[in-house]
Write a protein that binds this ligand. Structure first.
Ligand code: HEC
Ligand code: HEC
Ligand code: HEC
Ligand code: HEC
Ligand code: HEC
Ligand code: HEC
Ligand code: HEC
Ligand code: HEC
Ligand code: HEC
Ligand code: HEC
Length: 449
């Protein structure tokens, strides 16, 4: 009797196993082929990828292409950024036989060693999924090598203003020594002037400014024609049909980015690499945007105004007919963003100066869409994530106007960021305490020589 019951239980267990397997198989097929594919994810993706989590194949390739495929996918979207950051730990560093042994402790050649996906319970800032003290695995002898570092905890190596894993451009000792002792505000505090418009005018000296009467769409409302005639495009001989090609009047977010991008390629490229435009990235599988739409404020993890609607594209900030850059730089942002930092901005000295039209004023865009020098040009970088994290990446912006210690101390002060820099940072920065010792040491050496 007993044996029979056991067998019956066993049978039922086996039976249910088949049913469950079948259910999984059916739902798997359904999810992969037909629905939103959400059932496959064992946890939420990192903050950085939440907008593209449903584009499984952008990371996994077709039919889950293994570790190499995954690495290629990460590099496909991030390699250029890491190269520009002069990555401190590139794969090449570990080809050096002296360093190769370290890989036994931690395979730093693979992105997924430190950035796994779908594991919210272990995902820290910037998508890092290792414990905070992992530098120890390879730099355990730092305290012996550098007396100044004894007593520092390993989970403090990568805190603001000390070191980063990838990007140490603004944290090298030589860089900091060169920028030590500067005043809080530099004498000639201002951002560089943008150059694109002047460059165009220089290259096209004979082109005339178009007037409202030149509008080549007959049904032009007087209002739109006037806005356009007062804006930059009439100045540079871009008529209505330059954007309304073939007379098209209604555009999706993707069509707008494509249309503006025809003439503004660099802006479109940068825009599709940050959180505003990443859903429009050409790296995503075909058909993805059509399925999920471009990003909208309602889908954001960050706080947004309830009244903010629509899909993100160029026209979220640039009204297409007048493209008022003052509006784009603050008002547009505050039409969507409603976190404490954004809302505090109007209380800051930066805003007061900017609003008064002073050269040393700073807008949201001044920090987040930084004007960057490239060759002889100064261009607006439309990837607002490019200099966001780790926040020392923003230092070059501050250095237009502030001394390095003041700026680095401000960036290391989280409460001050939350209040959008409405007061001076408290105390000096530990890094600069070390730098001052270092400078004293260098000048002692010079004297004794
Ligand atoms: C931004 C890149 C990215 C996207 C998009 C992505 N994954 Fe992943 N996925 C990963 C990484 C990284 C891992 C961890 C790989 C490792 O540990 O080797 C992973 C692991 C997995 C695993 C293994 C089990 C686990 O949880 O560790 C499954 C299954 C999976 N992903 C399914 C999906 C599905 C289905 C989608 C689409 C809904 C998706 N992934 C979208 C990057 C991604
Ligand atoms: C289709 C392009 C794409 C692919 C593929 C992709 N990423 Fe990303 N990733 C992005 C974008 C866009 C962001 C958001 C903007 C940013 O933070 O730079 C992002 C954000 C991140 C962040 C977080 C940055 C932060 O500040 O929070 C990390 C880390 C990261 N990606 C690593 C990876 C790794 C590792 C892989 C491979 C498993 C990968 N990415 C695959 C486009 C991609
Ligand atoms: C040994 C661990 C480790 C490996 C391997 C690693 N990262 Fe990171 N990554 C980090 C840490 C730690 C941070 C946090 C910021 C910092 O300290 O630089 C980070 C930050 C990032 C960021 C956001 C900030 C930034 O600097 O842009 C991106 C994007 C990123 N990693 C992409 C990648 C990609 C792509 C790979 C593979 C080529 C990779 N990481 C390999 C540890 C790692
Ligand atoms: C898998 C091993 C490994 C891990 C983990 C690791 N490093 Fe490194 N790191 C190296 C190697 C190898 C070098 C090169 C040393 C050399 O050239 O003498 C290096 C160099 C550096 C440098 C000098 C950079 C340069 O470009 O000259 C800094 C700063 C640094 N690491 C910081 C960190 C921090 C911070 C962490 C933790 C967030 C970390 N490292 C984790 C292996 C590692
Ligand atoms: C720089 C590109 C550009 C130029 C030049 C341009 N438009 Fe537009 N226009 C757009 C875009 C983009 C939209 C769609 C806006 C949206 O959906 O957010 C639009 C929308 C419109 C609309 C319908 C929506 C509305 O705002 O009422 C009309 C009508 C219009 N444009 C007329 C004109 C006329 C007339 C001209 C020339 C005097 C002109 N446009 C020049 C880009 C442009
Ligand atoms: C047919 C080409 C063309 C198209 C399409 C076009 N633009 Fe332009 N735009 C220009 C030129 C040329 C300039 C002047 C040089 C520059 O700033 O790059 C310009 C300048 C600008 C400026 C800078 C204005 C200033 O004051 O410096 C903005 C902003 C702008 N365009 C936004 C847009 C947006 C948004 C769209 C799409 C709705 C768009 N453009 C479509 C050609 C175009
Ligand atoms: C988040 C708001 C925002 C979005 C979205 C946006 N822009 Fe801009 N854009 C700005 C601001 C603000 C400036 C002026 C910044 C400054 O003066 O430093 C600007 C400047 C420009 C300029 C002048 C560039 C230069 O270097 O002088 C062009 C051209 C431009 N935008 C085109 C575009 C195009 C094309 C898109 C879509 C692919 C786009 N913008 C999306 C806010 C935005
Ligand atoms: C149409 C609404 C809208 C406008 C206008 C807008 N944003 Fe955003 N912003 C968003 C959304 C949505 C995200 C993505 C949030 C998410 O993925 O959770 C975002 C992301 C960001 C991020 C990245 C945050 C992070 O944690 O990675 C920054 C920085 C940012 N915006 C700054 C600005 C600035 C500066 C302006 C004005 C020049 C601006 N935004 C204009 C909606 C907007
Ligand atoms: C003086 C420079 C500066 C100005 C001006 C500024 N920000 Fe920021 N912003 C920062 C820094 C630094 C961070 C923090 C980056 C980090 O560590 O995550 C930040 C973070 C953010 C974030 C991401 C918040 C999060 O929780 O992920 C958003 C969104 C943002 N800013 C929007 C704005 C808007 C909108 C304005 C104008 C109303 C603005 N910022 C003005 C420097 C600035
Ligand atoms: C275009 C010039 C400019 C840029 C760029 C700039 N600032 Fe400022 N900042 C100023 C001016 C001007 C003041 C007001 C100084 C005063 O009132 O004494 C100020 C004030 C401050 C204050 C408040 C000081 C106080 O005593 O109230 C902090 C903190 C600050 N800035 C940090 C930063 C950081 C961090 C960055 C870079 C992310 C930055 N600033 C970028 C010009 C700039």
């Amino acid at each position: 009797m007993k044996g029979y019951r056991f067998r019956s239980w066993h049978f039922r267990f086996w039976h249910w196993g088949v049913v469950v397997t079948l259910l999984i198989a059916v739902s798997a097929t359904y999810n992969l082929e037909l629905s939103d594919r959400a059932l496959f994810i064992s946890g939420e993706p990192s903050h950085g990828h939440h907008q593209i989590e449903m584009a499984c194949s952008s990371c996994h390739g077709d039919g889950f292409s293994g570790a190499d495929g995954m690495q290629r996918a990460c590099l496909g979207c991030h390699a250029e950024e890491l190269e520009m950051a002069d990555d401190s730990h590139p794969r090449a560093k570990f080809l050096d036989p002296r360093n190769a042994a370290l890989l036994g402790k931690l395979d730093a050649r693979q992105c997924v060693t430190c950035h796994v996906e779908h594991k919210p319970e272990i995902t820290r800032d910037m998508g890092v999924t290792l414990a905070g003290d992992f530098c120890f695995h390879c730099h355990s002898d730092i305290a012996e090598d550098r007396g100044s570092h004894s007593g520092f905890a390993f989970d403090s190596c990568a805190s603001a203003g000390c070191h980063n894993f990838h990007d140490n451009r603004n944290l090298y000792e030589d860089f900091l020594v060169a920028h030590a002792g500067q005043p809080q505000i530099l004498p000639d505090a201002q951002l560089p002037e943008r150059t694109a418009m002047q460059a165009w005018l220089r290259e096209h000296p004979q082109r005339k400014t178009l007037r409202a009467a030149d509008a080549d769409i007959a049904a032009a409302s007087a209002e739109i024609a006037a806005a356009w005639a007062g804006g930059p495009h009439a100045r540079v001989d871009v008529n209505c049909s330059g954007c309304h090609t073939g007379g098209q009047m209604q555009f999706s977010a993707a069509e707008i980015a494509a249309q503006c991008g025809n003439c503004h390629r660099e802006q479109r490229r940068a825009f599709t690499r940050g959180k505003h435009g990443m859903r429009l990235s050409p790296k995503l599988p075909a058909g993805f945007v059509e399925r999920v739409g471009a990003m909208s404020p309602q889908q954001a993890l960050l706080p947004m105004h309830e009244s903010a609607t629509g899909e993100l594209s160029c026209t979220s900030c640039h009204e297409p007919h007048e493209t008022d850059l003052q509006f784009a730089a603050v008002e547009a942002c505050l039409g969507c963003h409603s976190d404490g930092h954004s809302l505090a901005f109007r209380e800051s000295a930066h805003f007061r100066q900017w609003n008064a039209g002073a050269a040393d004023g700073v807008s949201c865009a001044g920090c987040h869409l930084p004007r960057e020098r490239r060759g002889g040009r100064v261009l607006v970088n439309h990837n607002q994530n490019h200099n966001l994290r780790p926040n020392e990446k923003m230092l070059p912006v501050c250095l237009n106007c502030h001394g390095a210690e003041f700026a680095l101390s401000a960036l290391a002060d989280e409460a001050l960021i939350a209040d959008n820099f409405n007061r001076a940072p408290t105390g000096s920065h530990e890094t600069f305490d070390l730098i001052r010792k270092r400078i004293a040491h260098i000048s002692d050496n010079k004297k004794s020589r």
